[in-house]
Design a protein around this ligand. Structure first.
Ligand SMILES: *[C@@H]1O[C@H](CO)[C@@H](O)[C@H](O)[C@H]1NC(C)=O
Ligand SMILES: *[C@@H]1O[C@H](CO)[C@@H](O)[C@H](O)[C@H]1NC(C)=O
Ligand SMILES: *[C@@H]1O[C@H](CO)[C@@H](O)[C@H](O)[C@H]1NC(C)=O
Ligand SMILES: *[C@@H]1O[C@H](CO)[C@@H](O)[C@H](O)[C@H]1NC(C)=O
Ligand SMILES: *[C@@H]1O[C@H](CO)[C@@H](O)[C@H](O)[C@H]1NC(C)=O
Ligand SMILES: *[C@@H]1O[C@H](CO)[C@@H](O)[C@H](O)[C@H]1NC(C)=O
Ligand SMILES: *[C@@H]1O[C@H](CO)[C@@H](O)[C@H](O)[C@H]1NC(C)=O
Ligand SMILES: *[C@@H]1O[C@H](CO)[C@@H](O)[C@H](O)[C@H]1NC(C)=O
Length: 904
């Protein structure tokens, strides 16, 4: 544990210097009270290839040179084998190679073994902490079993084992995880998201830690905040809480000291203490409260800054000898939720109604979590204008919440659907072999909830917890979950499920809907909100997981994981089952629904490149419409209170269901979503044929004007108008109808909406948004909707766009080095495009590459897939998120010749 400087200084006076024993201090895992460290590396072996006496194997002196070595604190079996170089994911993810990994090797228990040193002695106590091992495991330390697979059960079953009597100078930890079945075990299942990992995620997927304390040990720190009204100018209370365990056979009087200090900006720490007497061998909640007169309020990124505080609780015994300390980061914010008159849930953050706009997260298929990668993903989320990520049963690791706290992203966590987690007698969708819960199962679920609540409790980014996904927990599990959350001082909303199929009476309706779609629907689907009883996923209420199923990778990514034959299938066999989709038994194993729409609306593709371009247009149109429709209907009669796009990321290189692809290349789905999620925006409602002004800010100032223009495919202006308007913050409204302007479309027209700040000299647009519209919109057959899509009976016709006259667009790209706020140099590239033709230049993609023509990733583009008006000139900026060698920008449009422009 790395303590911030102020805290280290605070404790240096009371810390005992470690005894200068014979041990090499660098090999000692932990040596001071309160110190905690993960076991940093493992030796692995299949139980079929190791001796069967686990007592003996968990004593020193075993030769593990023939075992598999990994230099990482955590990995599933497949994750470990990848880490050790036995498999290679470039090869594994190529075409359908994953099918050929031997699954038999994972149908037996495996062993994770590691030796480490400690410095035991009088007054030193040691603890072994697990945070979940998939799916269950026997745990041995120094020849003794610490826990068997009945106790150490479930991927989220975190336990603290007191092991003082077992530790020695040299210690051997041996963990034997058992094979996982998603039907029988509480694991991290994938439902229909992707092919299942061949090991079913078995193994030590989270850190196993060792902690040293004195005779009194603390559980995780909980921080309870109480804010006044108004939040910003009232004093707040902070209560620090932890479970103090007296490990001694005598009563002890302890001094509990609390410290609260602002992180990252100046401010003195506040320290206060009190004494408490603990009975022998007892567990007592210790609680310390203090008033903070001017709390700095934490906001989601779009609404303000993210001030964080560091909290620390320490206990000392007798002569001020430190026994243990725990710490956490927290922030001052409130989250509440309420059902409106339609029984739809609205969240409130800091008492402001908070429209949730985000997407569902998938971890890596082999659960390889990288805080650095997640930070890039979080940067993408903010670049997109999203405010929330949903985690369905994939709570990951503490670092995820630390990044979200720091960057201002809300996290909606919860349990997963469709497997052991929802094995209720009333679950209609459960896979057949899954048995309903027995006593032991309730115990595992309880321990899981208790542990996760403890891990999440202090994080200001946590929006709430969904204790069910597709189905609500039964009348025994629901109160058990709720009381586990309560006992961990949970302060944000707890909802019974992510759907409206039912709920435990004492909790009330969760107010979230899960009515699809998950596969392609046309853009007008989202705006077709009346009558809401039959309109399923359209933009009203809170959609907990829904989308048009898009997220096709662009060509450069496709070539990384598809063979030549797979690539040909994409455009020549539109109905073929494909490996890089959902599982083969799911409704999403091919692109039939998507491709039927694409073929009907755009005509049969003429080449792979033509197909991929049409997919990008389709994906962009789909995500833009979905995000815009929810944002536009935020203040409608039946408000759209929130929406989680299905999904944010993919667990492997996938052809669908993500905002960006596995390699983090942002393409059509990304930029459609980014336009649709702008903070100040103008959007076109395909059904009402009207323009909506969207304002997701709390404080952006000044009068606004909206410039509206319609041109035909030859560039002739058909309509032009400017609307001046005033709005309220955090509000959307309809500002004008285009019904008559769009009455006589011959084949296709382009509609451009430009929002500007008319009170500012800066002429830059706040939002620039171009639509392509056909004579008629797609006709939806609502009555024949399935759970995953609504069929289209008549498609709109965009084929005229295949015959656009070529546009002559000049492109220049200039690099601009500048110093970042952190002081290191960064470079951004300004790309200027000018359309010299009288016709619109349609859907121009820009791709940043290095000198070998490889994509520079991750990267944020101010805007992309641009459509330029006749004679229009546009400049967009691009910045790589990491250090990168930038060489050129590849340019390609529907009626713009492909070129590569060197960066000057
Ligand atoms: C193991 O990883 C750590 C941290 O990444 C690194 O410092 C160390 O050198 C690595 N050890 C080996 C043997 O590769
Ligand atoms: C994995 O395989 C690819 C393709 O064969 C190769 O280029 C790459 O270097 C390999 N990666 C590792 C870590 O060995
Ligand atoms: C993974 O889970 C599935 C479904 O429970 C099961 O059929 C399969 O045998 C499991 N694989 C392993 C390696 O345990
Ligand atoms: C803080 O605690 C005090 C004492 O219990 C109480 O009077 C006050 O109302 C609390 N403040 C807030 C903001 O809840
Ligand atoms: C407290 O400190 C004094 C002086 O160092 C020592 O004599 C005494 O034994 C200590 N008491 C305990 C309970 O450790
Ligand atoms: C909302 O839920 C309550 C309680 O379940 C029910 O009585 C009421 O009819 C519902 N209202 C609407 C508009 O569905
Ligand atoms: C759940 O776990 C907590 C903490 O271990 C325990 O106190 C409680 O009794 C358990 N509840 C049930 C219903 O098992
Ligand atoms: C959004 O609301 C703010 C705060 O009232 C206001 O200053 C701003 O002009 C609004 N923006 C738009 C696009 O209406």
């Amino acid at each position: 544990m790395q303590l911030p400087l102020t805290i280290q200084v605070l404790f240096s006076a009371i810390l005992h210097t470690p005894s200068a024993a014979a041990l090499n201090p660098s090999n000692v895992l932990v040596s001071t009270p309160g110190q905690i460290a993960p076991v940093r590396a493992w030796n692995l072996q299949s139980s079929t290839k190791a001796a069967s006496n686990l007592e003996a194997l968990s004593r020193p002196g075993i030769d593990t040179s023939g075992w598999i070595h990994v230099n990482t604190s955590k990995c599933t079996l497949m994750g470990c084998l990848l880490e050790a170089g036995i498999y290679n994911d470039t090869e594994l993810f190529y075409s359908d190679n994953l099918r050929r990994v031997d699954s038999k090797q994972f149908q037996v228990p495996w062993l994770y073994r590691q030796e480490f040193e400690l410095d035991p002695g009088a007054g030193k106590y040691f603890h072994l902490l697990t945070h979940g091992i998939t799916s269950r495991a026997d745990v041995y330390l120094n020849g003794k079993r610490v826990a068997d697979k009945k106790t150490q059960a479930g991927s989220y079953g975190g336990h603290t084992y007191h092991v003082t009597d077992l530790v020695d100078k040299t210690n051997v930890l041996l963990i034997q995880p058992y094979p996982t079945s998603y039907y029988y075990d509480f694991a991290l299942g994938w439902v229909d998201w992707n092919p299942w990992p061949v090991d079913n995620g078995t193994g030590v997927w989270r850190d196993v830690e060792v902690k040293q304390t004195g005779s009194v040990a603390l559980g995780p720190l909980r921080v309870v905040t109480q804010l006044g009204t108004p939040l910003e100018s009232s004093p707040a209370n902070v209560t620090l809480k932890s479970r103090a365990q007296n490990l001694d056979k005598t009563a002890v009087t302890i001094t509990v000291t609390g410290t609260v200090s602002p992180e990252r900006y100046p401010g003195p720490p506040i320290t206060w203490s009190q004494t408490v007497t603990l009975p022998p061998l007892s567990t007592t909640d210790v609680t310390l409260t203090i008033k903070i007169s001017k709390p700095a309020i934490w906001w989601p990124k779009q609404w303000g800054s993210q001030p964080l505080y560091h909290a620390e609780l320490s206990v000392s015994v007798y002569n001020n000898t430190l026994s243990d300390h725990v710490s956490a980061t927290f922030g001052f914010r409130t989250v509440t939720s309420k059902l409106n008159s339609y029984n739809d849930t609205t969240f409130f953050v800091n008492n402001r109604p908070f429209q949730v706009l985000g997407a569902g997260y998938a971890p890596d298929m082999f659960l390889r979590f990288s805080p650095i990668k997640f930070e890039s993903e979080a940067q993408y989320v903010l670049d997109l204008g999203f405010n929330t990520i949903r985690l369905e049963g994939k709570n990951e690791h503490p670092e995820l919440y630390e990044v979200a706290d720091r960057l201002g992203i809300m996290i909606l966590s919860g349990w997963e659907c469709c497997d052991k987690w929802e094995a209720w007698s009333y679950n209609q969708d459960l896979a057949v072999p899954t048995p309903v819960w027995n006593e032991e199962d309730y115990g595992i679920a309880n321990a899981s909830m208790f542990h996760e609540a403890g891990m999440l409790q202090t994080h200001p980014s946590v929006l709430g917890y969904l204790i069910g996904s597709d189905y609500w927990p039964d009348d025994k599990a629901a109160p058990m979950y709720v009381s586990a959350l309560k006992s961990q001082d949970w302060q944000t909303p707890v909802l019974a499920s992510a759907s409206r199929r039912g709920f435990p009476a004492f909790m009330g309706s969760p107010g979230l809907k899960m009515e699809g779609p998950y596969d392609w629907v046309p853009p007008n689907y989202w705006y077709d909100t009346e009558p809401s009883a039959s309109r399923l996923g359209a933009a009203f209420g809170f959609g907990s997981e829904l989308g048009a199923g898009v997220g096709t990778p662009d060509l450069s990514s496709l070539k990384r994981f598809l063979s030549a034959g797979d690539l040909t299938d994409l455009w020549k066999n539109p109905n073929k089952d494909l490996f890089h989709m959902s599982t083969e038994t799911s409704s999403f194993h091919n692109r039939k629904i998507y491709n039927t729409g694409l073929w009907k609306r755009w005509g049969a593709p003429t080449s792979l490149q033509d197909y991929v371009q049409k997919t990008q247009i389709t994906d962009y149109e789909a995500t833009r419409a979905q995000f815009e429709a929810y944002a536009a209907n935020w203040n409608s009669k039946r408000p759209a209170t929130g929406m989680i796009y299905w999904m944010l990321t993919g667990a492997f290189p996938s052809l669908h269901w993500s905002i960006w692809d596995y390699y983090m290349h942002p393409a059509g789905a990304y930029f459609g979503a980014k336009v649709g999620s702008r903070i100040e925006h103008v959007a076109y409602d395909y059904v009402k044929k009207s323009v909506f002004l969207i304002n997701r800010s709390l404080d952006k100032e000044g009068a606004r004007s909206v410039d509206i223009q319609v041109v035909d495919a030859s560039g002739k202006t058909l309509y032009s108008n400017t609307v001046k308007t005033m709005t309220k913050p955090n509000t959307s409204k309809e500002i004008t109808s285009l019904d008559s302007a769009l009455k006589n479309i011959k084949d296709v027209v382009f509609l451009r909406l430009v929002l500007s700040n008319s009170s500012s000299k800066d002429t830059g647009a706040l939002s620039h948004n171009v639509y392509w519209l056909s004579k008629t919109i797609d006709t939806l057959d609502w009555d024949n909707s399935d759970w995953f899509y609504t069929p289209v009976t008549k498609y709109s016709d965009y084929t005229a766009l295949n015959k656009l006259a070529a546009a002559n667009v000049s492109v220049t790209a200039w690099s601009r080095g500048h110093a970042s706020p952190e002081g290191h140099s960064e470079s951004t590239v300004q790309v200027t495009l000018e359309n010299h033709s009288p016709v619109p230049a349609f859907f121009i993609s820009l791709n940043l590459v290095d000198k070998d023509g490889r994509d520079v990733l991750p990267v944020t583009w101010e805007d992309n897939y641009l459509t330029l008006w006749p004679k229009e000139k546009v400049t967009v900026e691009v910045s790589p998120l990491g250090a990168a060698e930038l060489a050129a920008v590849q340019v390609f449009g529907k009626n713009v010749k492909g070129t590569t422009v060197k960066i000057g």
